[in-house]
Design a protein around this ligand. Structure first.
Ligand code: UDP
Length: 368
């Protein structure tokens, strides 16, 4: 049985390894000259782990996913914290009690915290769109403030639309946090691969049953040489845009190197209301690399345009989902091909959900 996997990102590589572990011989192709898709990273001469397509922080509560990847890497136990520039102060995001105390006078901050604790359990995450529905006037004030200062302008920069015009799951990823935990994620397992993502992927592909072909774009006539295929590229592209293009957001990064130990206070700083970039990432924080230089990236969102830039994010809303469903109906007619991954499923997967999807697909089809 000959199997072809199209796309050597985290989805395609995870699935490839599952096949190889179960005695299938597999070919995996990618049009780029490197593996890892948008998770690709490399090390500078000073030992800084730079994520070429923007900051990637692995986090999951899924033990099966963590255990699977942990066969191929040790992890640096990095706990992600983000700050945002709000009214001239750098405050923790997700917005929490510490952010409130930094931005408001003491008596006001106390009132807001009490009101939050009256309505929600401690250490709960509350999506901003939900907080806005509160009937308590203090919370209404707070919700409007957070909506305006954290979400509205950032979301318009990032997506080109207001928060309420996206699937609520998008802004729900960064809730308001009822408590003092400054971390971006509360997942049980989180970290950065100790030798980088690319090294972890290299190990996943290092198996006698696996053949890797880079700089090899997919073409439909490849299908005849294989019994089955798994396609992790863009589903609309596969069908030659029969119903029109599925919209995506893209990003442009300006990478800068400085001869100084640090540029900013932590790995990611968001600028919701200022500038045209959304955030600045500083890479040495991920593995706590000690050296005299530092690398940062300024992140500018832009529309995806075919042939001009890369797809980063599916734009999840009702209209686009309806268009995706039409492509999905076509996909179900393809006897040999299964679609997966952010682009194949048109879903805003995190790295762990992408791996989980690949593991589940393998388990479902092959009962392992
Ligand atoms: N978001 C925001 N302000 C922030 C951080 C996030 O409005 O300071 C919103 C924005 O719409 C963003 C979404 O929450 O696209 C998800 O943010 P996340 O950090 O999860 O995005 P990713 O790291 O996947 O780009």
């Amino acid at each position: 049985m000959q199997t072809l996997i199209i796309g050597a990102g985290i989805s395609g590589i995870s699935l490839t390894r599952k096949f190889a572990d179960n005695s299938h011989s597999i070919t995996i192709i990618d049009s780029k000259n490197h593996i890892g898709g948008n998770c690709f990273d490399y090390f500078t001469d000073d030992g800084i782990d730079v994520h070429q397509y923007g900051t990637h922080i692995f986090h999951t509560d899924k033990k099966e996913v963590w255990d699977f990847l942990s066969r191929f890497t040790q992890w640096y136990p990095y706990q992600h914290e983000v700050k945002a520039l709000i009214d001239g102060q750098f405050v923790p995001v997700p917005f929490n009690f510490n952010s409130i105390e930094k931005l408001f006078p003491t008596s006001m901050a106390k009132r807001f915290i009490e009101a939050l604790l009256e309505e929600f359990p401690i250490n709960q995450k509350v999506p901003i769109l939900k907080l806005r529905e509160s009937s308590n006037s203090d919370l209404q004030f707070l919700a409007d403030y957070v909506y305006e200062k954290i979400f509205l302008h950032y979301t318009v920069k990032q997506w080109g639309v207001k928060p309420e015009d996206l699937d609520p799951l998008v802004t729900g990823r960064v809730p308001v946090f009822v408590g003092r935990d400054n971390r971006y994620f509360q997942s049980k397992y989180q970290g950065i691969p100790l030798e980088g993502y690319t090294k972890m992927f290299e190990r996943m592909l290092d198996h006698p049953n696996i053949e890797v072909k880079l700089e090899t774009p997919f073409s439909h006539d490849m299908l005849k040489d294989y019994d089955r295929c798994f396609f992790t590229g863009a589903i609309d592209e596969y069908f030659n845009y029969r119903y029109g293009q599925l919209p995506y957001r893209s990003l442009k990064f300006d990478f800068l190197t400085f001869d100084r130990p640090y540029f900013q206070s932590n790995s990611v700083v968001n600028y919701p209301c200022n500038y045209d970039f959304t955030r600045i990432g500083e890479y040495k924080y991920f593995l706590d690399t000690q050296c005299d230089s530092t690398v940062v990236s300024y992140e500018y969102p832009e529309a995806f345009e075919l042939g001009k830039n890369e797809r980063y994010y599916p734009i999840v809303n009702e209209e686009n989902n309806a268009l995706y469903q039409k492509y999905l109906a076509l996909a179900e007619q393809e006897p040999k091909v299964t679609f997966l991954g952010r682009l194949g499923d048109y879903k805003y997967y995190d790295m762990d959900t992408a791996v989980e999807r690949a593991l589940n697909l393998f388990n479902k089809e092959f009962g392992q």
